[in-house]
Design a protein around this ligand. Structure first.
Ligand code: ADP
Ligand code: MG
Length: 682
């Protein structure tokens, strides 16, 4: 009987109530139980005395000698004291609050004990006492699994049930991996590997079991992603954009600069996708300042030339405004009509925009999420580009598809995503990387200073502005301490107005009315304002190449990714630029972040360090992460297995006989079920 189909209530001792608790832990079938792996192991194997470490858990075997005494402190608290001889050395033993052991302990008995070791006093504070030979043998035998539990479920009952499940159903666990892969890597069989994850016997066997399950988990996940990607590529409902390179020339030749090699390569990849039958689903990664906007402009123009509309979606109003402006500069002279569409347009403006989108007068629409909302009907949507957005999710894609539209989709991000995360979170996409900066850029010089040097920071700003450049001063604004933060920003603004009175100072924060924000931003872009004091609204995408100084106040309150984004606002022209981090971090982690920022400007290196400091779960922050939760795999540790599994999955799936192989029937079925689940998101 396939354990996937056996309800958990078949186990001895599991009735309705227990089954409900188990269900809350995600355990419904016998297979779920067998796959509910421990999060750590208790190691009760006996250690030689000289290997014990101070303040760590230790397990020893010895002989009790002398009296065993029990002392009470009040009604509830007690202490048992005794002596133990181990390898000819005498140790002190104490048991807190376990008075019932008093009568079971006596001089001359051989015993195994586990607890916390104090090297200075030669003392063991006992937590587990193994009295009988049976218990002692078991303790020595293996690592003991510890499970995360909820409700009335106890870790030791789980242990018992899991053992029972393996005894009864272990032989019915089906292999899911193709035989050739199991053979190639000499992988442990599935049932055994699952069992060894619970009861590893020793570290080596446990590791073999874990590696097998990690491989399986990553292989299946990648197989699914690759299948989706292939499917996107081959669906015949995609748009075959038709345009010639000749027609694109006026745009490319008219640029004030030649494209970098990387831009050229990425443009080629995009145009190839657009011409192909299938729907494009491509992610473009390029560090801040690598020049993603022109790449977007070329793709949009190609869509226009093919007779389709393009939509460019960005996360903020300011960015929408700015993109509209730079795209208009590039494309309007070529006869392209661009319209904005944002949440804060007046009803009249919106009605007009919607009408022009619906009747096809608008060639390119630039805006926020409003772009794909209900009530927006495109005459002929051919291309959607999203900028600075991790996931314009599966959901929104499904939304568009449901409207009967399968436009090409291009995602642009400046967040350098380490490869492990990118092939996991974005494994169903093709990825292009703009890994080259435009010529003439100098890396931003970064300094970390203490708040007490604020005066010096101000004179540095003064100096930069006196040579015709501009500066940002960024203050954190975090919701929990919003009032204080806003006050800070205001205070700095007022101060700078006085001490830098020869310049125009601007203030920008999220609480301002939209029009005010635009005005400040426009004034700054036109150099009517020289110093912009701002909260993090300028974080993503803002482009004012004349700005050469970025001061980040209380920099330790930002994460690395955010600091990198902020720093990327300067150094966008040919002049040298400086970033000053003003911070007095009160944590190790904060100091480390400041250090990383002063050490490197390489976005990928920063992302790697960020990942180390935060771990993959937090990496994408509160944004919809797109990262799956793995049962066994660890994205930091299992990089190599991930790469291997991905290659194997792709090779297997692309083999001509994949769908004909009868030995893979289970895998086919599983893929189809996953595909059905994917279609149903919403
Ligand atoms: P990001 O990738 O951060 O969105 P942008 O597209 O805003 O970068 O480009 C940053 C700046 O670099 C802009 O001022 C842009 O005009 C300029 N730029 C883009 N491509 C090139 C190039 N090939 N050579 C020189 N400057 C370029
Ligand atoms: Mg950009």
């Amino acid at each position: 009987m396939n354990p996937e189909q056996v309800p958990i209530t078949r186990l001895e001792g599991v009735g309705e109530a227990r089954a409900q608790d188990l269900a809350k832990m995600g355990i419904k079938s016998m297979l779920d139980l067998m796959m509910y792996f421990p999060y750590r192991y208790e190691d009760y194997r006996i250690q030689p005395i000289h290997t014990l470490e101070h303040d760590q858990r230790a397990t020893v075997r010895g002989t009790i000698y002398g009296p065993v005494s029990l002392a009470w402190f009040g009604k509830k608290k007690s202490r048992i004291s005794a002596k133990l001889e181990v390898e000819g050395i005498q140790l002190t033993l104490v048991w807190f609050n376990q008075p019932y052991l008093k009568n079971k302990l006596h001089a001359g008995m051989s015993i195994v004990l586990s607890g916390k070791w104090d090297r200075h006093r030669l003392q063991l504070t006992v937590e587990r006492t193994f009295l009988t030979a049976e218990e002692q043998k078991r303790a020595q035998g293996q690592l003991e699994p510890v499970y995360s539990v909820s409700g009335a479920i106890k870790s030791y009952s789980l242990r018992k049930w899991i053992k029972q499940a393996f005894v009864q159903y272990g032989r019915s666990v089906k292999e899911v991996l193709p035989t050739e892969l199991v053979d190639r890597y000499k992988l442990m069989g599935r049932a055994e590997a699952m069992y060894r994850l619970h009861f590893p016997k020793d570290q080596y066997i446990g590791e073999l079991g874990r590696r097998r399950m990690v491989y399986e988990e990553l292989f299946l996940y990648q197989l699914k992603l690759v299948a989706w990607r292939e499917q996107n590529r081959t669906v015949s409902t995609g748009i075959e954009h038709q345009f010639t390179d000749e027609l694109l020339k006026p745009l490319i030749d008219g640029l004030p600069f030649p494209l970098t090699g990387a831009q050229n390569r990425v443009v080629k990849e995009i145009l190839r996708d657009m011409r192909a039958v299938g729907a494009m689903n491509r992610l473009v990664q390029g560090d801040v300042g690598s020049g993603k906007t022109v790449v977007a402009a070329i793709a949009l123009y190609a869509s226009y030339l093919s007779g389709y509309q393009g939509a460019m979606m960005v996360p903020t109003e300011i960015l929408a405004e700015q993109h509209l402006q730079s795209l208009t500069e590039l494309l309007a002279p070529l006869g392209v009509t661009l319209v904005p569409l944002t949440g804060r347009m007046t009803v009249g403006e919106k009605r007009e925009a919607l009408a022009s989108i619906a009747d096809g007068l608008a060639d390119i629409v630039v805006g926020t999420h409003a772009l794909i909302q209900e009530g927006v009907d495109y005459a002929k949507l051919g291309l959607v580009i999203t900028d600075e957005q991790h996931r314009f999710g599966v959901k929104q894609r499904a939304h568009l598809r449901a409207k009967g539209e399968t436009p090409d989709v291009l995602y642009m991000t400046a967040t350098p995503i380490p490869r492990t995360l990118s092939i996991t979170a974005f494994g169903d996409m093709d990825v292009s990387v703009i890994d080259e900066m435009p010529r003439g850029r100098q890396p931003v010089q970064t300094h970390w200073v203490k708040p007490s040097t604020w005066e010096k920071v101000i004179s540095f700003i003064d100096q930069a502005c006196s040579t015709g450049h501009q500066a940002y001063v960024i203050c954190p604004l975090i919701e929990e301490s919003e009032k204080v933060d806003l006050a800070n920003a205001h205070e700095i603004y007022e101060q700078l107005k006085v001490v830098l009175s020869q310049y125009q100072i601007g203030l920008l924060h999220g609480k301002m009315a939209a029009r005010e924000k635009d005005e400040v931003m426009r004034a700054y872009a036109a150099n009517d304002v020289q110093v912009l004091v701002s909260t993090t609204v300028v974080e993503v995408g803002v482009n004012v190449p004349n700005a050469t100084v970025m001061v980040i106040y209380d920099a330790n309150r930002f994460g690395l990714a955010q600091l990198h984004q902020l720093r990327g606002r300067v150094g966008r022209g040919s002049a040298a630029a400086t970033c000053i981090l003003v911070a007095d971090p009160n944590s190790e982690n904060g100091v480390e972040r400041m250090r990383v920022m002063t050490e490197t400007t390489d976005g990928f290196e920063i992302a790697r360090r960020d990942l180390e400091l935060r771990g993959p779960g937090d990496f994408f922050g509160f944004k919809q992460s797109g990262l799956p939760e793995f049962k066994v795999a660890d994205l930091m540790e299992d990089v190599q297995i991930l790469e291997t599994a991905r290659n194997d999955a792709a090779t297997l799936l692309r083999a001509d006989d994949f769908w004909q192989r009868t030995d893979l029937a289970d895998l086919h079925q599983w893929l189809q079920a996953e595909e059905a689940k994917r279609e149903n998101v919403d």
